[in-house]
Design a protein around this ligand. Structure first.
Ligand SMILES: Nc1nc2c(ncn2[C@@H]2O[C@H](COP(=O)(O)OP(=O)(O)OP(=O)(O)O)[C@@H](O)[C@H]2O)c(=O)[nH]1
Ligand SMILES: [Mg+2]
Length: 250
């Protein structure tokens, strides 16, 4: 076999490298901490720890910035980043998108936490802004479920129940039952911090930075952008409207 044929036959075995996200598709990358139940177990307060949420927020800001995304959302140990439908980074290669997003998240989190941790990644594709609105509503509902379950579970554990007992009680409980359970232990779910119940959103905001132009010797303002971090997101219909605004063309 000639050298160039050998080269081509080896390249053809990189089978998945041809796989790309459809041109113009609305794309979301979701990274998720690997075995974070174990990682967070001994290190962070349960069910929520503001220090852990800050690490996830720092990580979300890194992924949002590196991919120049439109919006990032974090809850529990996951981060979703919405890419612009016109993005062309890495030729839209699925292998590149998942490996680089997982790599960025793992590096950013490890750097911020000072301990090694890593993330997996997946790609979601939608056909338009309405799909994107549904996606983020879905993840926010997951955040609310995670918060309600976590608070109930740890409230029962702290009241003396074993892991198996607490799990059994929760399996048989409706959402209303869980709210009542917390109420009976003096916890009003609706008054818990918004970031725990609804997750944290990040997007770009534009601002004018005043400065001085030494050549023209005059005051000038330059347009800049920075990442806005929202720890008190709206919910349900208001959240859907926020996402619809962020996903609006262009
Ligand atoms: N202590 C603590 N743990 C948290 C917090 N937020 C998320 N977690 C943990 O992160 C886990 C995330 O769930 P999963 O992603 O389903 O579990 P995982 O162990 O990471 O499993 P894989 O993602 O499949 O590798 C939760 O079960 C919690 O244990 C927090 O604020 N404090
Ligand atoms: Mg995980």
């Amino acid at each position: 076999m000639r050298g160039d044929e050998f080269e081509a036959s080896q390249r053809s075995r990189e089978w998945f490298h041809q796989l790309v996200v459809l041109p113009g598709a609305w794309t979301i990358l979701r990274v998720d901490g690997r075995s974070f139940s174990r990682f967070t177990g001994q290190r962070y307060d349960k069910p929520f720890d503001a220090r852990f949420a800050q690490l996830m927020t720092d990580t979300a800001a890194s992924v949002l910035s590196e991919f120049n995304g439109r919006y990032a959302y974090t809850e529990s140990d996951e981060i979703s980043v919405l890419l612009d439908p016109s993005f062309e980074l890495f030729g839209r290669s699925v292998e590149k998108l998942v490996s680089i997003s997982a790599g960025i998240a793992s590096a950013a989190f490890t750097h911020a936490a000072g301990e090694p941790a890593h993330f997996d990644s997946r790609v979601w594709m939608g056909t338009g802004p309405a799909d994107v609105v549904d996606y983020f509503s879905w993840r926010q509902a997951d955040a609310t479920r995670f918060a309600l379950n976590g608070w109930c579970y740890w409230t029962l554990r702290r009241s003396g129940q074993s892991s198996a007992e607490a799990t059994r009680v929760l399996e048989r409980s409706s959402v209303a039952d869980k709210n009542e359970l917390l109420e009976s232990h003096g916890v009003n779910f609706d008054e818990l911090p918004g970031w725990q119940r609804r997750g944290i959103g990040l997007w770009w905001e534009h601002y004018d930075r005043p400065g001085y132009d030494p050549v023209r010797r005059k005051e000038v303002t330059t347009a800049r952008r920075r990442v806005h971090i929202e720890r008190d997101l709206p919910m349900k219909e208001d959240y859907r409207e926020l996402i619809a605004r962020l996903a609006k063309d262009p």
